[in-house]
Write a protein that binds this ligand. Structure first.
Ligand code: SAM
Length: 230
């Protein structure tokens, strides 16, 4: 079973949306498991503080390494990667998600405040992962994004596995445009080729559209060795 352990000061945020739809059904079916560790339960002292002022001054607060390391150490040491959600991290990609989904799971540390003390990142071998070039107020939503992207790739979670083989980023391309009934909507017809029944022509049209969209919207992906790009 694929295991996600999430360390957070807001355990009540989980499973949240992960308890619904595909991920929720897979969770109920035992395809994956979720354990949520309340970082605050490892704090000591009257106020059970998990944070303190930044060394050197400046705004905000920083998560304390002693409290956070105790929470991390309470999670069974196994082969799962220990990830720290962080805007400074390597951007999460579909390739990285595929590798994570193929493994045993992940330990996910959710930062808050101005972030976490640098020493705990090195001391506990945390790999920093970003979900995009913007700043969230905490790592919890980022952890949910990562888990959702991983869980849907686990065997048996998505009905037709072909849908995963053809979607955006598979083969380095964005997905082609999709249509469904009605055939005519607000004066816009479904492209006639999709109604032709000619599977070879449909596949060629989809490939062409996927390449066009990738070139137009994501020249960075198109230039990155996309088949057909030059
Ligand atoms: N001061 C930090 C900086 O400038 O890099 C931002 C801290 S942010 C307000 C608090 C927490 O939200 C971070 O420690 C991290 O866990 C999470 N977070 C924010 N943006 C993120 C992103 N793009 N990807 C992943 N986690 C993010």
């Amino acid at each position: 079973m694929w295991r996600a352990s999430v360390l957070t000061i807001f355990p009540e945020m989980f499973p949240g949306p992960l308890g619904l739809s595909l991920a929720g059904k897979a969770l109920a079916a035992g395809v994956w498991s979720l354990d949520v560790v309340d970082i605050r339960s490892f704090a000591t002292g009257r106020h059970r503080s998990v944070d303190d002022t930044p060394a050197g001054g400046g705004p905000g607060m920083v998560m304390r390494p002693d409290v956070l390391s105790r929470a991390i150490d309470a999670v069974a040491a196994d082969e799962r990667p220990r990830l720290l959600l962080s805007p400074r991290g390597m951007p999460l990609t579909q390739g990285r998600v595929q590798k994570l989904a193929a493994g045993a799971g992940a330990v996910l540390v959710c930062g808050r405040f101005e972030g976490v003390d640098e020493r705990v990142i090195a001391g506990r071998g945390l790999e920093e992962v970003s979900i995009g070039d913007y700043v969230l107020s905490g790592g919890e939503l980022a952890a949910m994004v990562l888990i959702d992207a991983g869980v849907r790739l686990l065997p048996g979670v998505m009905g037709a596995s072909v849908s995963c083989a053809e979607e955006s980023f598979a083969g380095g391309l964005l997905e082609y445009p999709q249509y469904t009934r009605p055939r005519l909507w607000e004066g816009q017809p479904i492209p006639t080729i999709l109604l032709s029944g000619d599977h070879a022509k449909i596949a060629a049209w989809r490939r062409h559209e996927a390449e066009r969209l990738t070139r137009e919207r994501r020249p960075d992906l198109w230039g990155r060795g996309t088949p057909g790009a030059n």
